[in-house]
Design a protein around this ligand. Structure first.
Ligand code: NAP
Length: 498
C-alpha cells in the first residue's frame, strides 16, 4: 500500500481549493433566492481527508423547510403548464453548464466527500447525463387513445406531473443522486424541495446556482441544507402538500419515511441499501472477472449501494482470483482525493472507518484470512486501505451488512444452485454480478437472482439510460431509463361517450 502524505494542495490545474469553496453559496435556495436560515443558524462541512472544517452552510429550521415547500407548491401550477420543449431546453442548458464546470465541481466534490478527483469528474459526467437523458424524455411523454371494447366510448389516457416533490439524497454521490431525481422531476413538470445529506451539501448548492443560470423558474427547485433532517422533513411529508417523496439512502431511514408517507398516501420512490453478490464461475475469464470485481468494489472506495459486498468464487479458481485481486488492490494509491494519481480517498467519517475496521476484525475472528490490507493507517483523515479477505464464512457480519468500504470478502463455492441460494439469502436485492462464459448459465443464474439489476461480465451497471433500482429491502421504483420519468407522472384516464 502506498500512502500519499496529506499535504495541502491548494491548486489543481489552476483552480484554487479555497476559491472553489468560497464561490459556492452557503445559504438556502428558496423561491429563486439565496436566503439565510432562520436565526442565521449554520453547521460545518468537514474535509474527510483531514477532518478539518471547509466552511459552514445554512442550517434550515422546520419553518425554513415549510417556506421551501410553500414556494414549490406556489410554483407548481405554472411549471406544469410549461411546454415539454421548454423544460427540455432548461435541462439541456444545465447539462452543458455541468460539463463546462466539471473541473471546478469535481474539486468541490472531492473536498467535501473525499473521493479521488478522477472519480469526482466521472460523477459529474454521470450526473450531467441524467439531465441530458431526461431532457430527451421530456419531449416523449405520451398518452393513449383506445376504442372501448364494447364500443360506444373512447378512452383517452393523459400523463400529468404528480405535483410538488420532496427529494432526499445521500452523501456518497452528492451530485448524481440529486440530478437522478431532479432530471425526471423537471422533465415531468414537478416542482421540488431537495435536501442533500448534511455531510456533503456543497455539490447540491453549486447545482442550485447552475439550475438558476439554466433558467429554471423561481420556486421550481428549492434546496434546504440542515442538520435536523427528521425535524425539517417529517412535517413536510405529513402536511400532504407534497405529493411525492423520492429518497435515496439507507433501508432503515427508508422504512421510517415510508411509514410517514403512508399517512397522506404519498407516492414514493425508494433507492435503499444493497448487499450485492459477485459470482465468479470456473469458466469465467479470470482477468475480466478481477477487473470487474475491482470496479464493482472500489468505485467510490466501496461506498456505493452497488458495491460488491460478497464475492463468491468457484473453489477451482479462488486462489488464482484472490492472488490477482489482492495484487491489483495492494498497489492502489491512497491519499487525499485532490492529489492527482490518488485512487483511494478517505471514508466519509470516523464512524465509517471504525465500522469497516470492526467488520474486518469480526471476519478475521470468524476464520477469514487477510490477503492484503486489513489495518487502518495512523494519522489524519478517515482512511482505510484496499483489503482482500479470503475464506470468509457466511456467519460473519460482513456477509449480512453493507460494508461500505474498500473490503473485498471472498467465499468459495462449488455448486451453482447453492451459490444462487447463498446470493439470495439476504433481505436486500439491488444488484448482482455474474462472471461466466457459458451463455445458458449466465441467463439461468441472472433469472434466478432476486435483485433489480444484474451485471453479466460487467462490474458497473449504473447508466442514466437504464432503469436503476432494487427489489426487497433495496427499494421501490426505478430511476433512469425510459421508465424513470413515470415515477413523476400520474396517469389520468378520460372516458368519452360517443
Ligand atoms: P441515510 O443515513 O439513510 O441518509 C440519507 C439521507 O436521508 C440524508 O440526506 C440524511 O440526512 C437523510 N435522513 C436521515 N434520516 C432522516 C429522517 N429521519 N428523515 C428525513 N431524512 C433523513 O444514508 P447515507 O448514510 O447518507 O447513505 C448511505 C446509504 O444510502 C447506504 O445504505 C446506501 O446503500 C444507500 N444508497 C442507495 C442508493 C440506491 O440507489 N439504491 C444509492 C446511494 C446510496 P443527514 O445527512 O442529515 O443524516
Amino acid at each position: 500500500m502506498t500512502t500519499a502524505t496529506a499535504t495541502t494542495a491548494p491548486e489543481h490545474g489552476g483552480i484554487d481549493e479555497r476559491a472553489v469553496i468560497d464561490r459556492v453559496a452557503k445559504q438556502l435556495f428558496i423561491d429563486g433566492e439565496w436566503v439565510d436560515a432562520e436565526g442565521s443558524g449554520t453547521f460545518e462541512v468537514l474535509d474527510p481527508s483531514t477532518g478539518t472544517a471547509l466552511c459552514a452552510v445554512a442550517d434550515a429550521s422546520p419553518a425554513d423547510g415549510r417556506r421551501a415547500l410553500d414556494a414549490a407548491v406556489q410554483a407548481q401550477r405554472a411549471f406544469a403548464a410549461t411546454t415539454p420543449r421548454e423544460r427540455s431546453d432548461m435541462l439541456m442548458r444545465a447539462f452543458q453548464l455541468l460539463h463546462e464546470r466539471t473541473d471546478e465541481l469535481a474539486l468541490l466534490m472531492t473536498l467535501e466527500m473525499g473521493k479521488p478527483l478522477a472519480d469526482s469528474r466521472g460523477e459529474i459526467a454521470y450526473a450531467a447525463e441524467f439531465f441530458r437523458h431526461f431532457a430527451e424524455e421530456a419531449t416523449r411523454i405520451d398518452g393513449g387513445y383506445q376504442i372501448a371494447p364494447t364500443g360506444g366510448a373512447r378512452f383517452l389516457v393523459a400523463r400529468q406531473p404528480v405535483g410538488p416533490c420532496l427529494l432526499i439524497t445521500p452523501w456518497n454521490f452528492p451530485m448524481a443522486m440529486g440530478t437522478r431525481k431532479l432530471g425526471p422531476a423537471i422533465a415531468a413538470g414537478c416542482t421540488s424541495v431537495i435536501k442533500p445529506a448534511a455531510q456533503t451539501p456543497l455539490s447540491m448548492l453549486a447545482l442550485g446556482g447552475i439550475l438558476a443560470e439554466a433558467g429554471i423558474p423561481a420556486g421550481v427547485v428549492n434546496i434546504v441544507t440542515t442538520r435536523r433532517a427528521n425535524a425539517v422533513m417529517e412535517p413536510l411529508i405529513r402536511s400532504g402538500d407534497a405529493r411525492k417523496l423520492s429518497f435515496t439512502g439507507s433501508t432503515s431511514v427508508g422504512k421510517v419515511l415510508l411509514e410517514q408517507c403512508a399517512e397522506q398516501v404519498m407516492r414514493t420512490s425508494m433507492e435503499l441499501g444493497g448487499n450485492a453478490p459477485f459470482i465468479v464461475f470456473e469458466d469465467a475469464d479470470l482477468d475480466e472477472a478481477v477487473a470487474g470485481a475491482l470496479a464493482a468494489k472500489m468505485r467510490n472506495m466501496g461506498e456505493a449501494c452497488t458495491a460488491a459486498n460478497r464475492i463468491y468464487v468457484h473453489t477451482s479458481v479462488i486462489d488464482a482470483f484472490g492472488a490477482k485481486l489482492a495484487a491489483a488492490m495492494s498497489t492502489m494509491r491512497i491519499g487525499r482525493g485532490v492529489e492527482e494519481g490518488v485512487q483511494v480517498g478517505p471514508l466519509i467519517d470516523a464512524a465509517a472507518q471504525q465500522k469497516v475496521s470492526g467488520l474486518v476484525a469480526d471476519a478475521v475472528a470468524g476464520g477469514a484470512r487477510i490477503l492484503t490490507g486489513g489495518q487502518a493507517p495512523d494519522g489524519d483523515g478517515f482512511f482505510y486501505p484496499p483489503t482482500v479477505l479470503t475464506g470468509v464464512p457466511e456467519s460473519v457480519r460482513m456477509a449480512r451488512e453493507e460494508i461500505f468500504g474498500p473490503v473485498a470478502p471472498l467465499t468459495a463455492f462449488t455448486d451453482e444452485q447453492a451459490v444462487i441460494d447463498a446470493a439470495n439469502d439476504t433481505p436486500y436485492g439491488l444488484v448482482a454480478y455474474v462472471y461466466t462464459n457459458d451463455l445458458r448459465r449466465a441467463l439461468r443464474v441472472a433469472e434466478a437472482l432476486e435483485c433489480g439489476m444484474v451485471g453479466l461480465n460487467e462490474g458497473v451497471v449504473s447508466n442514466p439510460a437504464a432503469p436503476f433500482g432494487g427489489v426487497k429491502a433495496s427499494g421501490l421504483g426505478r430511476e433512469g431509463g425510459p421508465t424513470g420519468i413515470d415515477e413523476f407522472l400520474e396517469t389520468k384516464y378520460i372516458g368519452v361517450k360517443m
